[in-house]
Design a protein around this ligand. Structure first.
Ligand SMILES: *[C@@H]1O[C@H](CO)[C@@H](O)[C@H](O)[C@H]1NC(C)=O
Ligand SMILES: *[C@@H]1O[C@H](CO)[C@@H](O)[C@H](O)[C@H]1NC(C)=O
Ligand SMILES: *[C@@H]1O[C@H](CO)[C@@H](O)[C@H](O)[C@H]1NC(C)=O
Ligand SMILES: *[C@@H]1O[C@H](CO)[C@@H](O)[C@H](O)[C@H]1NC(C)=O
Ligand SMILES: *[C@@H]1O[C@H](CO)[C@@H](O)[C@H](O)[C@H]1NC(C)=O
Ligand SMILES: *[C@@H]1O[C@H](CO)[C@@H](O)[C@H](O)[C@H]1NC(C)=O
Ligand SMILES: *[C@@H]1O[C@H](CO)[C@@H](O)[C@H](O)[C@H]1NC(C)=O
Ligand SMILES: *[C@@H]1O[C@H](CO)[C@@H](O)[C@H](O)[C@H]1NC(C)=O
Length: 797
């Protein structure tokens, strides 16, 4: 109900701009000459009409009507004739009496049609969802634009096995570009670079193993994906995500941008701007085809993506990097003597001739020299096998420069040119001047009450596209992982973490020799530190772990990818010798535990904290590629930002500590903190995400009652049970007596709230908490359901 009201309110804000046309009836047409000839959806959100794509060039399109003043930069969500624009004069979209909808160029040539026919009369409607529908008066749909998407998927629009999203060529050229979102033959939703000569899938990351480490399910051939209005996306291959602003009813669109990234945008009404709330790739250079063959992509935060050519190669087309580079030198096989130029920090993905394990450098050189097609080779040392492996390359594509890449790249060049060109040619930035620079802001919209925390995003236009930099992914680290025999098709495996590696000495300096201790827990000791860039950080020194560096890095990699407004932001890690440290943001407002003690939280804040914490945990449980259980949810691990929004800390540690710990008896099985631990721990039952749900329920009960579940609670009638169970049964009992006594809420709610609270919200909160602390794990809701229950209450209120 509340949702509906909200929706109506929201729609009213997008009131129709000028036109009042709702339908196009049989025998009528819309003309390219009359700007008033637009169809508008009943809620005024979408319009359909002729959209100018160049000088005297028009496409029939659907766009967000938003504000009249912003008609210049309309957001187009669909186009009928993107590859064949029509003349501004005498072009028409006509609904013929025979049922066909046709688009004619300059009154003559039909450039596009729906190929429908019907004896009964038809109408063309633009629905509130943005779907343009040709339907009979009886209500039967003959054709709909949702079945023929261009580069954008709107909420409720299905992406199916018959449809795909295709990026536009550039930000200004709307014709079909190189990047596609579609279901491939393995039933996996993927992003495909479909260039002039080469195609390759770059998302899910090609070095991950299909249906295994890429987290996709390959056996569901229904091939359906859909985005809902709250931002939740799900696909039949089990890929799902929820954006940072999940749960709010916003205008949203999922678009394959011309730079090859897939992004979910939500409309920020306040700023009148589209904000990115999710994207497939954080590393612009991992997108294939960016710099063309023999080109190298490099990327620096704040500066953006740049292309350059390999030494001895030059750019083919000076305004189009997608064509790449061609050799300046004569590389014809057999013409001259060749040698190899070593270039550091360079990786080219794919196109290996074969992979030869345990080769010496000389053997590898010899192999490449004997192959006519060998342009270069990659030579890498594998720590797993203790041998060096050789990857001769027959094409050099998807090249990118990574400072942390530890293999070597050897380029075949004529012997006589070997010394002349030892450095890479000067990097040339992707030419942006023809595209214009777009500055977008990323806002993590919080709830209506609490305003927003803003993050800046720079969008830099790239090769006919825009390109993105997320500021908090300051640096990228690439870890080579041991080659797995099941992955031998791939040249090698790379894993990524989205955050930085710190050196131990750097952290020692930052913490002034680990002096300012701010917390101590099962996992380790937390120190406050100031990084060289003046950011204040919380630095957790983990208890000495027995696991190897590679395992640690693999786990840390997961933590580094987690990114949600209700999770503490992780900045990096350090792994040197036996030292294992994690670096994250520092929260000035302290933990929920501190704030409960000092009584600085009114009921509204408490409700917000309960909701935010649930969102953070829900993200951990369901919305990441791997499941991450927290296993230690408690008020000490929930921190508050300046708006009293909660941020969950210490997540993923259970994963870090689950390996190599058998010698430490306190950790061999039990994890978590007394008072918050679910019965499964005690009874040695399988541990699932429901253990976090239990702990969460206890935390909520504490927030509501103001009583501490871990320490003694004197005024609760005592018994033989542990404290937290006593808290649960006390609340439950009071609630059961609700029928008898009207004042049950008053009896349990924190007296420090002085009776100031919203009765319905508090009841909901208690209800939800009691469900969470059910003894039987299957009786507990999951975190996503918790979020939904609390959101429903919030929207009604
Ligand atoms: C649409 O509305 C405008 C004025 O609101 C009118 O001039 C135009 O003829 C209408 N077009 C159609 C196809 O009804
Ligand atoms: C847009 O790109 C296409 C190639 O995809 C090209 O043929 C066309 O000329 C371009 N249009 C403009 C206006 O640059
Ligand atoms: C995919 O999701 C379904 C339903 O959510 C679940 O039953 C199934 O186990 C999942 N498959 C994999 C491989 O994760
Ligand atoms: C396949 O995916 C669809 C859509 O997500 C889902 O409804 C269906 O249950 C799945 N089928 C199986 C066998 O998992
Ligand atoms: C790779 O190809 C070369 C040349 O054809 C051959 O000598 C070598 O044995 C191959 N390596 C493997 C691992 O197949
Ligand atoms: C690598 O090759 C060398 C000699 O060719 C051999 O002695 C060594 O055992 C090999 N190492 C492995 C791990 O196969
Ligand atoms: C390559 O660059 C390095 C450092 O930038 C410089 O010292 C060296 O002289 C350069 N080499 C050539 C051949 O230009
Ligand atoms: C970028 O493009 C503009 C206009 O298209 C041109 O004037 C400028 O020289 C180009 N810059 C580079 C570095 O190619």
């Amino acid at each position: 109900m509340g949702t509906l009201i909200l929706f109506i309110l929201f729609s009213a804000l997008f009131a129709p701009a000028t036109s009042t046309n709702r339908t196009l009836s049989g025998g009528l047409s819309l003309s390219s000459e009359n700007p008033e000839d637009v169809l508008t959806s009943p809620n005024g959100v979408f319009s359909a009409g002729f959209y100018s794509v160049g000088h005297n060039a028009y496409c029939f399109a659907i766009w967000f009507a938003s504000r009249p003043s912003r008609s210049q930069d309309r957001t187009v969500v669909w186009m009928a004739n993107r590859d064949q624009p029509v003349n501004g004069r005498k072009s028409k979209l006509s609904l013929l009496r025979n049922g066909n909808l046709i688009l004619t160029d300059a009154g003559e040539l039909t450039v596009w049609q729906t190929n429908t026919n019907s004896l009964s009369s038809l109408e063309l409607h633009l629905y509130d969802t943005g779907n343009l529908v040709l339907r009979t008066l009886g209500g039967e749909n003959l054709w709909e634009s949702f079945h023929f998407p261009t580069d954008t998927l709107l909420p409720q629009q299905l992406l199916t096995r018959n449809t795909q999203l295709v990026s536009s060529r550039s930000q200004t050229n709307y014709s079909s570009g190189f990047y596609k979102l579609l279901f491939d033959n393995d039933n996996v939703l993927c992003l495909l670079y479909d260039g002039a000569e080469l195609s390759s899938i770059y998302w899910p990351a090609p070095w991950l193993i299909r249906g295994y480490s890429d987290g996709r399910f390959v056996y569901n051939s229904s091939r359906i994906a859909v985005l809902d209005s709250f931002g939740y996306f799900s696909s039949s291959d089990n890929f799902t995500f929820s954006p940072a602003d999940y749960g709010q009813l916003l205008h949203r669109r999922l678009t394959v941008d011309s730079d090859g990234n897939l992004r979910l945008y939500s409309w920020d009404e306040e700023g009148e701007i589209w904000v990115v709330s999710w994207q497939a790739w954080q590393r612009p250079c991992a997108i294939h085809g960016v710099c063309g063959p023999n080109g190298i992509c490099s990327y620096a935060p704040g500066i953006g993506r740049k292309c350059s050519c390999l030494p001895g190669y030059k750019m083919i087309n000076h305004i189009d990097w997608s064509q790449g580079c061609e050799p300046e030198l004569d590389l014809t096989f057999g013409k001259s003597k060749f040698d190899f130029l070593q270039v550091s920090y360079l990786d080219f993905y794919g196109n290996d001739y074969n992979t030869s394990y345990n080769y010496t450098l000389d053997q590898c050189k010899k192999l490449c020299l004997e192959l006519a097609d060998c342009k270069a080779f990659q030579y890498t040392f594998s720590t797993a096998s203790g041998t060096s492996d050789c990857f001769p390359k027959i094409l050099l594509t998807n090249g990118y420069r990574i400072p942390s890449f530890d293999g070597s790249f050897y380029l075949r060049v004529p012997e006589k040119n070997l010394l002349s060109n030892a450095n890479l040619t000067e990097e040339i930035g992707l030419n942006c001047s023809s595209e214009g620079l777009l500055l977008l802001e990323r806002a993590y919209s919080k709830s209506k009450v609490n305003g927003t925390v803003k993050f800046m995003l720079w969008f830099v236009c790239g090769l006919g596209g825009l390109e993105i930099v997320i500021i908090f992914l300051v640096w990228f680290l690439f870890i080579r992982t041991p080659k797995s025999s099941s992955a031998d098709k791939q040249g090698y495996l790379l894993a990524i973490t989205g955050f930085r590696k710190f050196t131990y000495s750097e952290l020692k300096r930052a913490t002034k020799g680990f002096t300012e201790e701010i917390g101590r827990g099962a996992g380790g000791i937390v120190y406050k530190g100031v990084l060289v860039d003046n950011r204040v950080a919380a630095i957790k020194q983990l208890h000495e772990a027995n696991q190897g560096e590679e395992v640690f890095l693999a786990e840390v990699n997961i933590i580094g990818r987690l990114n949600h407004m209700n999770l503490i932001e992780m900045w990096g890690y350090c792994a040197e010798g036996k030292q294992r440290l994690l670096i994250s943001e520092y929260m000035e407002h302290g933990s929920l535990a501190d704030n409960l003690t000092t009584n600085s939280l009114d009921w509204k804040k408490r409700f917000e904290i309960a909701l935010g914490t649930a969102k953070g945990l829900s993200y951990l449980h369901e919305e990441c590629l791997e499941w991450v259980l927290h296993c230690d949810v408690k008020p000490e691990n929930i921190f508050l930002d300046s708006n009293y929004q909660p941020k969950v800390a210490d997540f993923g540690l259970s994963k870090l500590q689950s390996r190599g710990e058998p010698k430490n008896p306190s950790f061999s099985r039990m994890r978590g903190t007394r008072g918050y631990m679910a019965p499964e721990w005690v009874f040695n039952l399988p541990i699932t995400s429901k253990v976090d749900v239990y702990s969460y329920g206890i935390v909520v009960l504490e927030m509501v009652t103001g009583k501490d579940a871990a320490k003694g609670v004197n005024d609760i009638e005592s018994g033989e049970q542990p404290q937290h169970k006593r808290l649960v049964s006390w609340v439950r009992e009071k609630k059961n007596r609700a029928a008898l006594t009207e004042s049950w809420l008053e009896e349990i709610i924190d007296p420090r709230l002085k009776g100031e609270y919203d009765v319905r919200k508090m009841e909901t909160l208690i209800d939800v908490a009691l469900q969470c602390v059910e003894e039987e794990k299957d009786a507990r809701p999951n975190m996503r359901e918790v979020v939904e229950m609390l959101l429903a209450q919030e929207n009604d209120g």
